[in-house]
Design a protein around this ligand. Sequence first.
Ligand code: SIN
Ligand code: FE2
Length: 202
Amino acid sequence: MSSPLRVKGFQIFAEYLDRAACDALVHDLRDVARVAPFRVPVTPSGKVMSVRMTSAGRVGWITDQKGYRYESVQPSGAPWPPVPVRLLELWRDVTGLTRDPDCCLVNYYGEGAKMGLHQDKDEGDFDWPVVSVSLGDEALFRMGNPTRGGSTDSVWLKSGDVVVMGGAARLAYHGIDRVRFGSSNLLKDGGRINVTLRVVAG
Ligand code: SIN
Ligand code: FE2
């Protein structure tokens, strides 16, 4: 594992996964989506998000009129599928932790999808890192600070890149400004998948 690029406390492991490993993860995530179909997330204020979202793990992340939260079942009442073993191995490898993540949040970015600057703060214990895996089209990832405002830095995340948000970056604002739709042929219909692995307290 080569040493990561560090930007504002974010650790960026470029090309962490090769093409075969990306293909294998896409295969795993198709299995996840068969059990837990992608949904259109709506924010508590009623705004429809541009990504499509699902989860795997003991708990899944949900947003609706009732708020942002983790739930132990899907909106249908069915349990979430397990986190793919290959992603657990990636988590252990990149973090060195023996505590596995509880949630694998899966976001699909189709043409024009983006994600505004936000903090990941529903997990209850911020000592654990969040690990992000990018698959498919390139995306412009913006990194800010633990409080709103101030300077930001951006990098294009490519398929196979892994980002660790820990320490000072754990509660830093981050988001996706845009995706270069069609820049990768990993997903047959184009677009980007981002997976985030999270430890959720309780
Ligand atoms: C997220 O912050 O949940 C997603 C980040 C990304 O898509 O790279
Ligand atoms: Fe996030």
